[in-house]
Design a protein around this ligand. Structure first.
Ligand SMILES: C[S@@+](CC[C@H](N)C(=O)[O-])C[C@H]1O[C@@H](n2cnc3c(N)ncnc32)[C@H](O)[C@@H]1O
Length: 565
């Protein structure tokens, strides 16, 4: 019987730390096989509205105080819809609680099927799926599964004829969720990017396991594309200053590999040009970075500097004398991150029972609390964005708009980009965050442009018309004023001293809109004219030795779980 308690426990646990599936597979508190728990939840979620109808009509919650709405839905699912029936001994109280009503349940199930004019179970399943979609209303925000093709190990055409062979090509995100069709969309903005229906699983596919495809949110693909562009990379080497877990580093390597000469025909100059220095100040996260680089087949193109603080890196170090493109994606509030929210939201039967007891995941009786499952029609999932898995791009997250934290982050982000602008051969720099706050985005760009190094070296924002084709086409651009209360940081005067042209150069992604991305910001910087190098040492970290606790990363136990958004 632990199967049902385990499923309840997974459905009611906070949605943090990886995808729902991976949380089940790594859960220490469940006794049943994770595959069985996952399958039960996924299958039951496909039938929830029908099961609710049947359970309510049969009135079993009133009659069986041991059942909670969620438990009853899972049990009735197995009782009515699986060949093997309930996974419980014949004398188990929960089994008896269901089987006492088997005639009623079967009768209500048949009535529900006949009402829908369905002759078979597969017909009924289709009908239920359509009803569920209709209940969701117009789909304004779909979060597809974004899949990036890794050019180092494969090509788009190879993947279309293998991994995506059975998929029908569509042209809108809404078409990805048409029931009964396996569809895919080739993204119109980012090269080598494919969207498929939310929740599509790739982690067991060969292409995923061997690094040919990488699961990465669309917005997160903007920085490397903005930096490297559509054409052959003609500049010097590249550097990713805040790189773990490595999505953008491996994306850079993928874009470079499209234009890099074959290994045999490489000269020292081309080797440098197609080389990426990639670092992360966290030793632990750098391990994940290294694993990702290796799996992506990018070991020869990428040097990982594990535990390296970018601010402590000497721009005058001969290793970096030809580095011309730098990507900076520092820690941010993570306010644009959409919780994975891939926990199935089951529509539960109404509990009209006067019972004051329910079963905990362990099966022990306890008092029902107001927030127990069953007091609402939906299983509990957090409504605020939750940080994503251990392989997530962002490592810090603040709730709400903690102004002090935002100001500290903004200061650090500005310092990091200013440091990048001081590299002697630097000609192109991108700055990005997965934050929606003005204070971390346009305000940082504004501060950077006002900095001494930007002025002296004539850095400016990469204009919209100079951007790669896909980024030029992207419609959401920089903003001068907060979109909503508190987005800039409550109580803070946010000074965004940017021209219209500069704001047009900034790119924004907004969670919850029709584009299917999380909240994201990216801006590119370029410089015209001659370099006035001055003494680079001047731009080394002025505050070396100062307290760094404004970015005190929590070193989570972030074991490699595969590529992630
Ligand atoms: C938003 S995450 C980067 C995500 C990464 N760009 C990706 O696409 O997978 C920020 C990372 O920056 C690192 N970081 C923050 N400050 C740093 C610094 N001064 N030097 C190097 N790494 C830093 C953090 O440890 C964290 O791993």
């Amino acid at each position: 019987m632990s199967l049902y308690y385990d499923a309840v426990s997974m459905l009611t646990a906070p949605a943090t730390g990886g995808s729902f599936k991976s949380r089940i597979y790594t859960a220490r508190n469940i006794k049943s096989s994770p595959a069985q728990v996952y399958a039960l939840i996924i299958e039951a979620s496909k039938w929830d509205i029908l099961l609710k109808e049947v359970i309510e009509a049969a009135g079993i919650l009133k009659l069986e105080p041991k059942l909670t709405p969620l438990l009853s839905l899972l049990l009735v699912h197995d009782h009515l819809l699986t060949k093997s029936g309930l996974a419980a001994t014949s004398t188990h109280p929960l089994r008896l609680a269901i089987e006492r009503h088997k005639t009623r349940l079967r009768g209500e199930f048949t009535k529900a099927r006949v009402r829908r004019g369905c002759a078979s179970i597969p017909d009924l399943k289709d009908a239920i799926q359509k009803e569920k979609l209709a209940l969701q209303g117009p789909l304004t925000s779909i979060y597809p599964r974004w899949v990036r093709i890794n050019n180092i190990l494969t090509t788009m055409s190879h993947q279309l004829s293998t991994t995506f062979a059975g998929y029908e090509r569509v042209h809108t995100l809404a078409d990805l969720v048409i029931p009964g069709r396996k569809t895919m969309l080739i993204d119109p903005h980012v090269p080598d990017l494919i969207a498929v229906a939310p929740g599509t699983e790739f982690i067991t596919s060969a292409a995923y396991k061997n690094g040919e495809i990488i699961l990465q949110d669309k917005a997160s693909c903007f920085p490397a594309y903005l930096l490297i562009g559509d054409n052959t990379w003609t500049e010097g080497g590249l550097l990713d200053g805040c790189a773990a877990p490595g999505n953008k580093t491996t994306h850079m390597a993928s874009l470079l590999s499209k234009s890099s000469p074959t290994e045999n025909s490489q000269t020292k100059e081309t080797q440098e040009k197609y080389h990426v220095y990639s670092m992360d100040q966290s030793q632990l996260r750098a391990k994940t970075l290294q694993k990702m680089v290796t799996t992506a087949g990018a070991d020869k193109m990428v040097t990982v500097l594990a535990g390296q603080d970018f601010l402590a890196l000497d721009p005058q170090d001969p290793r970096f004398e030809n580095v011309s493109g730098l990507l900076l994606d520092p820690s941010c509030s993570g306010s644009g991150i959409i919780g994975r929210d891939d926990v199935p939201k089951l529509v539960l039967p109404e509990s009209t029972s006067s019972s004051s007891t329910s079963f905990s995941a362990g099966g022990k009786k306890r008092k029902r609390r107001p927030d127990d499952e069953g007091t609402s029609n939906r299983t509990k999932t957090p409504t605020t964005p939750t940080p994503t898995s251990a392989t997530d791009e962002n490592d810090v997250s603040v709730s709400g708009t903690d102004t002090e934290r935002l100001v500290k982050l903004s200061n650090l982000q500005t310092r990091i980009v200013e440091h990048a602008l001081s590299f002697p051969a630097a000609t192109r720099v991108t700055y990005s965050t997965c934050s929606i706050h003005l204070l971390e985005n346009e305000a940082v760009v504004s501060r950077i442009l006002a900095s001494e190094v930007a002025k002296r070296r004539r850095w400016r924002v990469l204009r919209r018309e100079e951007q790669p084709v896909g980024m030029r086409k992207w419609k959401y651009r920089g903003i001068r004023k907060d979109r909503g209360e508190g987005e800039g940081g409550k109580g803070v005067e946010v000074d965004v001293n940017l021209s219209d042209e500069e704001l047009e150069g900034c790119l924004r992604c907004w969670p919850g809109d029709e584009e299917g991305t999380g909240g994201f910001f990216v801006a590119g910087f370029v410089r015209d004219g001659d370099v006035e190098d001055g003494n680079g040492a001047e731009y080394q970290r002025k505050d070396q030795g100062q307290d760094q606790d404004d970015d005190d990363e929590e070193e989570e136990d972030d074991e490699w779980e595969g590529f992630s958004d």
